[in-house]
Design a protein around this ligand. Structure first.
Ligand SMILES: Cc1ncc(COP(=O)(O)O)c(C=O)c1O
Length: 378
């Protein structure tokens, strides 16, 4: 079998899987067919709901699936959704697949998250929702954004793909807006290879989400014994997470506090060590009100040097990386009529950002090695 092993001495990500995840996956395989919504998926939904203090949780096949579910539920043709351009394609895809239009707004230079002032500039009669992305697990300015949403009667969809375990003003990210979307992709803080979850405190939203997620049928309520038969009731999709992956995700959620703590320790050590060269780079800043989960550790360097620094770090065996070519500058963004140079802060951040390895297994000596390499390069 071809094995695409990571060749780097210090990879960008490492999963925090152990015997618990292995045992859980085997138990799920032995106990059933591996289809979704069996015992492990139910336990996963309950565990997330308890941990994040959110009423309803539906495990999904991916973070992308959760975003598609949110958009299918809340949007119609002709609606507009304001979102950052400095994000993953899944955000804009979900909006387009629901028949609505993504409208990109610029981000804040310090937090790399949607700037409330820029959101307000983009509101039109067609705007139906704001899709916030808590980049790197740092919270968006949620008080201001919720205020804008309430004043303009807009939904707030939280893309919390990076933000599991992070909070804002004591509330878990992904539980503040109308719906929250999480990812358990192999690179995320809680990982099941592929996977995700949709969360809401709104019973009506949950009831419809359950149907869309289950191919447009009321099978979920049939499975709970609430009806004798199930049938097709609306246009739906297949967005359910396999019970085998749910079993792995469940073990990861149980370890989430430990994972967050190890990432925090590593980030604090990084910040301490990087102080020496802080005149040459921009260090990550904790956005106001955030208790971060340190999903990503990103620094910024001068535009002209950024790619050279990434290349040099890679030559040292360190898997440094850029992040997000802004969506408005992408091939698809141009097809939507977006103009480059439209969102100067997004463009500045995207062309200066460097992601450094960050995961719970990173050691102090690996961090020392990364910082020493950066010092030499700079
Ligand atoms: C901001 C953001 N949203 C959504 C996703 C999609 O998550 P998934 O890979 O689980 O589909 C990603 C992927 O990394 C992401 O970075």
């Amino acid at each position: 079998m071809p094995n695409k092993q990571n060749q780097f001495l210090i990879p960008l990500h490492k999963t925090f899987w152990g015997r618990e995840e292995e045992k859980a996956a085997i138990a799920a395989m032995r106990s059933g067919t591996g289809v979704g919504d069996l015992a492990f998926s139910e336990a996963l939904a309950k565990e997330i709901s308890k941990k994040l203090d959110v009423s309803y949780v539906l495990p999904t096949g991916s973070g992308t699936a959760a975003l598609e579910l949110a958009c299918a539920l809340l949007l119609k043709r002709g609606h507009e959704v304001i979102l950052p351009s400095f994000t993953f394609s899944s955000c804009a895809n979900a909006i387009l697949l629901a028949g609505a239009m993504p409208v990109f707004a610029d981000i804040d230079i310090n937090t790399y998250n949607l700037d409330p002032v820029e959101i307000e500039k983009k509101i039109t009669k067609k705007t139906k929702a704001i899709m916030v992305v808590h980049y790197a697990g740092m919270a968006c300015a949620m008080d201001k954004i919720m205020q804008i949403a309430n004043e303009n009667n807009l939904y707030v969809i939280e893309d919390a793909a990076h933000a599991l375990g992070a909070s804002y003003g004591g509330k878990s990210l992904g539980t503040i807006g109308n719906v929250g979307c999480f990812s358990f992709h192999g690179t995320k803080n809680a990982a099941s290879g592929e996977g995700g979850a949709f969360a809401t405190n709104d019973k009506q939203i949950f009831k419809i989400a359950e149907i869309i997620r289950e191919k447009g049928t009321n099978r979920s309520s049939f499975m709970r014994g609430e009806r004798k038969k199930y049938s097709w009731v609306k246009v739906g999709r297949s967005l359910i997470l396999s019970d085998i992956l749910s079993a792995i995700a469940l073990e990861q959620i149980k370890k989430l506090d430990k994972i967050t703590l190890l990432r925090r320790k590593n980030s604090e050590y990084f910040l301490k060590k990087l102080k020496k060269i802080s005149s040459k780079i921009i260090l990550p800043r904790i956005s106001e009100g955030t208790d971060p989960n340190w999903h990503i550790f990103a620094i910024r360097a001068p535009r002209l040097l950024r790619d050279k620094i990434i290349k040099a770090l890679r030559n040292y065996g360190i898997e440094a990386s850029f992040h997000y070519l802004p969506l408005h500058q992408s091939q698809m963004g141009k097809k939507l009529g977006c103009k480059t140079k439209d969102l100067p802060v997004s463009e500045e951040v995207a062309s200066t950002l460097i992601r450094l390895p960050m995961h719970p297994k990173l050691t102090k000596s690996e961090i020392d090695y990364i910082v020493a390499a950066l010092e030499k390069i700079l």
